[in-house]
Design a protein around this ligand. Structure first.
Ligand code: DGL
Length: 270
């Protein structure tokens, strides 16, 4: 048993989708969340920049003696996970592998769609991860740069949102996918709109849920649960502390959309 906290980080508020699922599945775990609100978005930044930011954040989280770090951001997972694993000895996981595992379990035809930020899609990381399993598959990808601003402005439904979703999904739906990976922290909040456009024959893979389940398995395997209750999934007393790199106001407002509750956050400067 290990009461050290789990560090979770993202370019901003989006990683709260992952944190939320971790809170629910592992309620006894202590969480330190960092949102890089001063430098968001990561989705259109270079690999070098995102890797530099990610390394700084891992150093910050290491100061809390974390037992595990979850890179909740799809873009940072795509561009920087390997570099982080090389540089730091703390166990670090990203959101790509858990999402891919879930997609491969779900897909019957192997025709899998992936949506994400520009950088996640151009990195081809999902495609490579799926192909590395040797499974016979056909992967089609599309970046959806308007989805993040839609979510951050609370436009989760309505005609305009549905039309934007329709246009972005059209190339994927035209290729008969049966599974769609939501490869960005924000997209789970658009799930209803995406499902409506994709239709009931397309299974949506929410990598935030997949990552929380993956985390639980990992803690179990390494005997790292905070206490015995966690294993049974009982209601627990874990704490969550939130840190951001810019003023807290916008983060706290958006956290309400993501977590449906009020939180406190602290600004830190590295
Ligand atoms: N968190 C990012 C991701 O999952 C989306 C927002 C951003 O571009 O920073 O890719």
């Amino acid at each position: 048993m290990d009461t050290r906290p789990i560090g979770i980080f993202d370019s901003g508020v989006g990683g709260l989708t992952v944190a939320d699922k971790v809170f629910r599945l592992l309620p006894n775990e202590n969480i330190i969340y960092f949102g890089d609100t001063a430098r968001v978005p990561y989705g259109n930044k270079s690999k070098e920049a995102v890797t530099r930011f990610s390394k700084e954040i891992v150093k910050f989280l290491s100061g809390f003696k974390v037992k595990l770090i979850i890179v909740a951001c799809n873009t940072a997972s795509s561009l920087s996970l390997e570099a982080l694993k090389k540089e730091f000895s703390i166990p670090i996981i990203g959101v790509i592998k858990p999402g891919v595992e879930e997609a491969l379990k779900t897909s019957k035809t192997g025709r899998i769609g992936v949506i994400g930020t520009e950088r996640t899609i151009s990195s081809n990381v999902y495609k490579k991860e799926i192909e590395s399993t040797g499974r016979n598959s056909f992967i089609i990808q599309e970046s959806c740069p308007l989805f993040v601003p839609l979510v951050e402005n609370g436009w989760l439904s309505g005609d305009i949102t549905l039309e934007i979703v329709r246009r972005n999904l059209a190339p994927l739906l035209a290729r008969d996918i049966d599974t769609l990976i939501l490869g960005c922290t924000h997209y789970p909040l658009l799930k209803k709109a995406i499902q409506r456009i994709a239709g009931k024959n397309v299974a949506l893979i929410d990598s935030s849920i997949a990552t929380a389940k993956y985390t639980k398995r990992l803690l179990d395997n390494k005997n790292l649960f905070a206490d015995a209750l966690a294993k049974a999934g009982k209601r627990g007393m874990g704490y969550a502390k939130f840190f951001v790199s810019d003023d807290t106001g916008n983060f706290i407002r958006l956290a309400n959309i993501f977590l449906r509750r009020n939180i406190k956050a602290k600004k830190v400067v590295f």
